[in-house]
Design a protein around this ligand. Structure first.
Ligand code: NDP
Length: 483
């Protein structure tokens, strides 16, 4: 039996009253490890310690904070292969994706290391005689980070790095499905020159320790990525204590393929956007809105590409799509396939459970044809390797279809027309819009977030993160007359 991986409570690695096992979704006979579940008392203790540690950390000089973030990021980038392998083993994405995720996570830390030195305030003269005004940002205090399993290292890093950069303490509850990546990142952070208890890891289920964390009056801000229902519950809990909250939730991203599109490019973007990360991405292209003039030719390419995709063990050479993350997710995906067919969609390929030499949660990438935008498969986030084609007859109809959703995270257009690309860029109702690029795949130095049910609160990433992780103080100073 593997040693149990521990929680980081008030600066110490400690066991809990229970533990869970974590198995590889590519091969269920592979036990990734056993992971302690934090208790309510441990959570209270770590929140109390975090309060003291945050005051100490906020007083560190900027260069000292910068050095800490730089060291974390540099180590992650140097260990991207090793940590990426661990991530793939528990999450199921192919090695290139896992390695890329860890490297990108390291870049969030090095980016915010540099941001440490760019924290400038503003000053102004008062409307009153002899008074000056100084406006500066201060840390919010203790930030609760609640992260999902689909990007277990990157999502957590784009929250933890700015939280530390702007002088906050962090209490991190990762998804219980991917605890190994969380322990690996926590070990790197804990080794740095930081006050004891500044950073805590509390593993456990969302319903128990997660709920207790978001209900705690000791928490000053909550940043969450996950599903809409859980997000709504967190917002309800947060408002009881008037805790600041930021949430990134579901999506139903569309890629519009116009009659003047380069169809090889369009098919490549659609396949990568729909099936990268086994479709388990908030930026996935789950609706393909296709002009009737190129529908048949485009669809032929997409179906051929989906059928040719090599599904397999995440760590095996040549695997293009790994398993889905869990038995529950697999069942939900298969239920959506049945739902789509019952709604009248044509399942052109895939969407079936696959038997493999290893016992895992494998399914084939599925493409629905003859769908309409009002079907549930086109309205609900499936988080599955499934995509739907919706045929339209004009650019205007394409734009209206893209915008006809409760969500609003990303959207893309494939066209050679500058006029259409420009109009789309300005009129698509999403937080991120792409032109001749996948709907998935974003940079780390610019804002990320959506509209509608996709996001709530200030944007994440880039300089925009300071909006959430800081609070503004306006100081009035009367110097008096010189003696
Ligand atoms: P959840 O929203 O259930 O979980 C996200 C995180 O929130 C996890 O760490 C989870 O803990 C935690 N959590 C769950 N309940 C609570 C609670 N009451 N209080 C505090 N924290 C809580 O998403 P899932 O991971 O279960 O995925 C379900 C669906 O959510 C997906 O199919 C997809 O549609 C969507 N999703 C969207 C993501 C995105 O990037 N937009 C990311 C992930 C999911 P734990 O899991 O350990 O119980």
């Amino acid at each position: 039996m593997a040693d149990t991986q521990l929680n980081l409570i008030a600066g110490n690695w400690v066991a809990g009253e229970s533990e869970i096992e974590n198995r590889n979704p590519s091969d269920l006979s592979d036990l990734v490890g056993m992971f302690a579940q934090a208790t309510g008392d441990q959570l209270e203790a770590t929140l109390d310690q975090a309060r003291q540690a945050q005051i100490e950390w906020a007083a560190y000089g900027l260069e000292r904070k910068q050095a800490v973030l730089n060291a974390i990021g540099t180590e992650m980038m140097a260990r991207a292969e090793e940590l990426g392998r661990l991530l793939c083993r528990e999450e199921g994405k192919p090695l290139a994706e896992g390695k890329g995720e860890v490297y990108r996570a390291g870049q969030f830390f090095t980016y915010y290391a540099a941001e440490c030195l760019r924290q400038l305030g503003e000053n102004a003269d008062s409307v009153r005689d002899g008074v000056e005004i100084d406006v500066r940002r201060e840390p919010v205090g203790i930030v609760a980070v609640i992260s999902p399993w689909n990007f277990p290292t990157a999502t957590a890093s784009w929250k933890i790095a700015p939280a530390l950069c702007y002088g906050n303490a962090v209490v991190w509850k990762p998804a219980n499905i991917t605890p190994a990546s969380a322990v690996a990142l926590a070990e790197i952070i804990e080794r740095q020159d930081i006050p004891k208890g500044l950073f805590s890891l509390v593993m456990g289920s969302g319903r128990s320790i997660g709920q207790r964390l978001v209900e705690s009056p000791k928490v000053d801000a909550i940043t969450f990525t996950g599903s809409v229902p859980v997000g709504k519950g967190i917002a309800t809990a947060a408002i009881q204590n008037l805790t600041k909250v930021q949430m990134e939730m579901g999506s139903k991203n569309a890629l519009a393929v116009m009659d003047d599109a380069d169809l090889d490019l369009a098919a490549t973007l659609a396949l990568g956007g729909a099936f990268g990360g086994t479709g388990q991405k908030c930026t996935a292209s789950s609706r393909l809105v296709v002009h009737a003039a190129v529908h048949d030719a485009f669809v032929e390419k997409v179906i051929a590409g989906a059928k040719a995709m090599k599904v397999g063990h995440a760590l095996e050479e040549g695997t293009q799509m790994g398993p889905v993350v869990s038995a529950q997710q697999l069942q939900e995906n298969l239920d959506y396939v049945a739902l789509g067919v019952s709604e009248g969609a044509e399942l052109a390929c895939g969407g079936a459970r696959l038997e493999m030499p290893h016992d895992g949660f494998y399914m084939s990438p599925g493409v629905f044809l003859s769908t309409t935008n009002d079907m549930r498969i086109n309205r609900e986030e499936m988080f599955a390797p499934l995509t739907s084609v919706i045929k339209v007859h004009s650019y205007d109809e394409a734009l209206a279809t893209v915008n006809d959703t409760n969500f609003g995270l990303t959207s893309g257009i494939v066209t050679q027309s500058l006029a259409r690309a420009t109009h789309f860029r300005r009129n698509a109702r999403t937080g991120v819009v792409t032109v001749n690029l996948p709907t998935a795949g974003t940079d780390y130095h610019v804002p990320f977030g959506g509209r509608g049910d996709s996001s709530y609160g200030p944007r994440e990433q880039g300089k925009s993160a300071s909006e959430f992780y800081t609070t503004v103080k306006t100081a009035y100073i009367s110097a008096g007359a010189p003696a």
